[in-house]
Design a protein around this ligand. Structure first.
Ligand SMILES: NC(=O)C1=CN([C@@H]2O[C@H](COP(=O)(O)OP(=O)(O)OC[C@H]3O[C@@H](n4cnc5c(N)ncnc54)[C@H](O)[C@@H]3O)[C@@H](O)[C@H]2O)C=CC1
Ligand SMILES: O=C(O)CCC(=O)C(=O)O
Length: 448
């Protein structure tokens, strides 16, 4: 084992010892550390400075109580988190997630991923993530509002336009950001750069709603084109039916592909004629209903319970857009049998490490989340720019910048892959490209 490899293993040992009950955090960190050896061989000064130990430890992790009252007059207490992971290249930036599965391990894995993702955007933003195990499903608008107000009562102490700028993630969309912003304003005054994903009437950016899904397709298109191939006529499986999935379906369809599935945590829709994103949007965003309803409205569609990744059908591209670890080893094997050539991740860490090994063994080209889904946070950073200059850019302007940023992310990952001779390992390419910028900034700023 080389000295660099020994160093990497020693950092992993410390995490295992320190955070034994944080499996998702360990998974995210170990995957990155396992790809950094070639870069560290080139930069012995980073090993000498024990840079990795600083990278894997959050600069700050805040946990707080969130008391709120439901419509029936009962009192509840949830747990709130904000993990401010790394500020080497800009103010902390990353979403808030409201889902029963949220815990410190989940928030730390997401915050860690956000560091390198935000670095890849080429925009000046550090990495953070937050959330609560509060379940918004089935709650009234007033309950959501009271929860968001209580959450912000504490969070406001820790955020600011140049300090930490939260946004949405699972369970946090325009409605929640509106309530969070209203609560912040009441406590701290009007500073519209404190959150992104805001409504268009109070400082939101055009194209932020579409950005993660559209960006995923701009990235996928760049990856596919680099192989001399095209999206035209490709059959795509998408999981999820939320913000990312909806706009991924729209852009995939506009680029000439056919999306044949969409799903939620109960089951999935198969429509061989192609999923209509407008119907998904109405069911999920307006009616806030289950995806099952799609089959009641579209004659060619079938609904089945269970995971879309267990559904056996031929297709070309997988775009997981639901949640972490949604694809197991056996499901990856089914993808190979079904003939896929590409997988690009809209969700954060949707593939288990065993599934990723199967992609690699079978030469499926793999666009990892931190590169493929960076469009959302990239447009959030553009929203911050617009807020700073008190201007609002057109949809075409923001969307055009997003496309260039995503193509640039693919180009950077590909360049790192080539530089280190990794044979089309775009996962390692993205990890190295994201890491090298953060490492350079950390070294330049000294031991602080
Ligand atoms: N919203 C954004 O800008 C960004 C989101 N992401 C990631 O994309 C993923 C989806 O997020 P959003 O679309 O924003 O959330 P959302 O709350 O709008 O939608 C999540 C969707 O996933 C489905 N889902 C949740 N658990 C599932 C499961 N176990 N099986 C199947 N479906 C399941 C839900 O039913 C829902 O349709 C998450 O991993 C998130 O971290 C990544 C980058 C940015
Ligand atoms: O827009 C943002 O700040 C955060 C987006 C996000 O949470 C993510 O990239 O996973």
């Amino acid at each position: 084992m080389s000295n660099v490899q020994k160093y990497i293993e020693s950092v992993k040992d410390v995490i295992q010892h320190r955070d034994p009950n944080q499996p998702e955090f360990q998974q995210a960190v170990f995957t990155v550390l396992d790809s950094l050896a070639p870069s560290l061989e080139d930069h012995p000064e980073w090993v000498e400075a024990d840079l990795l130990s600083r990278l894997v430890e959050p600069e700050r992790a805040i946990q707080f109580q969130v008391p709120w009252e439901s419509d029936d007059g009962k009192f509840h207490v949830n747990r709130g988190f904000r993990v401010q992971f790394n500020s080497a290249i800009g103010p902390y930036k990353g979403g808030l997630r409201l889902h029963p599965s949220v815990n410190l391990s989940i928030v730390k894995f997401l915050g860690f991923e956000q560091i390198l993702k935000n670095s890849l955007t080429a925009l000046p933003i550090g990495g953070a993530k937050g959330g609560s195990e509060f379940d918004p499903k089935g709650k009234s608008d007033n309950e959501i509002m009271r929860f968001c107000q209580s959450f912000m009562t504490e969070l406001q102490r820790h955020i600011g336009p140049d300090l930490d700028v939260p946004a949405g993630d699972i369970g946090v969309g325009g409605r929640e950001i509106g309530y969070l912003f209203g609560a912040y304003k009441r406590l701290r005054g009007y500073q519209n750069g404190v959150l992104t994903g805001k409504g268009l009437t109070f400082g939101g950016s055009l194209a932020r709603t579409e950005a993660t899904g559209f960006g995923l397709l701009y990235y996928t298109n760049a990856l596919v084109k680099a192989q001399g191939d095209s999206l035209e006529g490709k059959r795509i499986k998408i999981s999820g039916a939320g913000n990312v999935a909806t706009y991924a379906i729209q852009k995939a369809t506009e680029l000439g592909a056919k999306v044949i599935t969409v799903s939620d945590s109960n089951g999935y829709i198969y429509d061989p004629k192609g999923i209509n994103y407008k119907i998904v949007k109405k069911i999920k965003e307006v009616e806030r209903s289950r995806i099952k309803e799609y089959a009641d409205q579209v004659a060619s569609a079938e609904y089945h319970g269970g995971s879309v990744w267990d559904f056996d059908v031929d297709y070309d591209i997988a775009l997981p857009c639901a949640t972490q670890n949604e694809i197991s080893k056996d499901q990856a094997k089914l993808m190979i049998k079904d003939g896929i050539k590409y997988i690009c991740e809209g969700a954060n860490m949707p593939s288990t490490p065993d599934a990723i090994a199967i992609y690699r063994e079978n030469r499926v080209l793999y666009g990892p989340a931190k590169a493929a889904n960076a469009g959302g946070v990239a447009v959030s950073a553009l929203e911050m720019s617009q807020n700073s200059e008190r201007l609002a850019w057109s949809f075409e302007d923001v969307d055009g910048r997003l496309k260039l940023l995503m193509e640039n992310i693919f180009a950077k990952s590909e360049a790192a892959d080539k530089k280190y001779g990794l044979d089309k390992d775009y996962q390692a390419g993205a990890n190295i490209a994201g890491f090298e910028k953060v490492a350079t900034a950390m070294m330049t700023q000294g031991l602080v």
